[in-house]
Design a binder for this molecule. Structure first.
Ligand code: BT5
Length: 266
C-alpha cells in the first residue's frame, strides 16, 4: 500500500495520522491500541494483510495479502457514544457510493445494517467498535473491501465477491480507500451536528438491496416469528422499518436481529 497516496488527507485536515502496515492482527486492534495510548484526533490504519481479521460476534473476516482494502478509521472525538450504529450506516453509504462512482454503475447496494453487496454477493463488511475510557470515547470503524481477490475459500464462494470479479480489472485500492475515508468523515461531521440520520434517509433507502422485498428476520429471543416481512426503509435513528403481513410497521434495531432475503443471503 502506497502510504504517500493518503498524505493529502492529512494536508486537507481530514486525518491527523496515517498508519500503513504490511501485516497486522486486525486494523481495529491497532486503532484500539492507538486510542488507549492517548492519540487524539482521526487516524487511518490500513494493512496489506490481517492475520486475525474479525467480523461481528467473533466471526472471522478473510483478509488475504495485497488483494483487499483492510482498514480502520479511528475517531477519538466522539460525544454521543450511543450513536455508533448510525456511524455503521454512514460507512455503508460511503462505501456503496464510492464503489458505484468508481465502477460507473449502480450495482453496489447496501444490505442493512453493515454489508455492501454486488449482484447478491458480499463485497464489503463493516465492524464498528467503541473504546471508552472515563468520559472520553473513541469510535473505530473497520471496513473490509474485497478488491482484487480472484478466488474465495470454499465456504465463501457462494456469498462473496470482489471488485475485480465484478469489474474485470484490478481496482486502485488507495484511490477507493481514500475516497471512502473522505466521504465518511464528511458524513460523520454532518451527523454530529444534526444528531440524526434524516439527511441520508433518501439516499440510503434508494440503495437498499432489500427495499420493498420480503425478508426473513430472526432473533435470539424469538421475536419476529411472523415471517416474512417487507423491508420498507430506515428511520432517523438508522433502525430498519419492516411491515408485517397485516401491513403493521415494526422497528428492527441493529445488533438484535439478523435479516435474510427469501432465497438466502440477500
Ligand atoms: C462483517 O462482519 O461483515 C464485518 C467485517 C469487517 C472487516 C474489517 S477489515 C478491517 C477491520 N479489521 C477487522 O478485523 N475487521 C474490520 P459479519 O457481518 O459478522 O460478517 C462476517 C461473515 O462474513 C463471516 O462469518 C463470513 O461468512 C463472511 N466473510 C468473511 N470474510 C469475508 C470476505 N472477505 N468477503 C465476504 N464475506 C466474508
Amino acid at each position: 500500500m502506497d502510504r504517500t497516496r493518503f498524505e493529502f488527507l492529512i494536508e486537507d485536515g481530514v486525518l491527523e495520522r496515517v498508519i500503513a502496515e504490511e501485516e497486522v492482527s486486525s486494523t481495529n486492534d491497532v486503532a484500539k491500541r492507538l486510542s488507549r495510548d492517548g492519540f487524539s484526533g482521526r487516524a487511518l490504519i490500513i494493512s496489506e494483510l490481517q492475520t486475525a481479521g474479525r467480523g461481528r460476534l467473533g466471526r472471522n473476516w478473510s483478509s488475504p495479502a495485497g488483494t483487499g482494502i483492510w482498514m480502520s478509521l479511528l475517531d477519538t472525538e466522539i460525544e454521543h457514544l450511543e450513536n455508533i450504529s448510525g456511524i455503521t450506516l454512514l460507512a455503508g453509504l460511503a462505501v456503496t457510493e464510492t464503489v458505484n462512482d468508481y465502477m460507473g454503475t449502480d450495482s453496489a447496494r447496501i444490505k442493512w445494517p453493515n454489508d455492501v453487496v454486488i449482484n447478491g454477493r458480499k463485497v464489503c463488511g463493516i465492524l464498528t467498535e467503541l473504546v471508552s475510557s472515563g468520559d472520553k470515547g473513541s469510535v473505530i470503524v473497520g471496513i473490509g473491501i474485497n478488491a482484487s481477490i480472484r478466488e474465495f475459500p470454499e465456504e465463501l464462494r457462494d456469498k462473496a465477491t470482489s471488485l475485480l470479479i465484478e469489474m474485470g480489472s484490478t481496482p486502485d485500492r488507495e484511490k477507493i480507500a481514500s475516497e471512502v475515508v473522505r466521504r465518511l468523515t464528511e458524513l460523520s461531521s454532518v451527523y454530529r451536528t444534526s444528531g440524526n440520520l434524516s439527511f441520508i434517509q433518501d439516499r440510503y433507502q434508494s440503495l437498499m438491496v432489500n427495499r420493498e422485498k420480503e425478508v426473513i428476520l430472526s432473533s435470539a429471543n424469538g421475536d419476529f416469528f411472523d415471517n416474512p416481512y417487507i423491508a420498507k426503509g430506515i428511520d432517523e435513528e438508522g433502525n430498519l422499518i419492516v411491515q408485517d403481513k397485516a401491513g403493521e410497521p415494526h422497528v428492527v434495531r441493529s445488533g438484535e436481529i439478523s435479516v435474510r432475503g427469501m432465497l438466502g443471503y440477500v
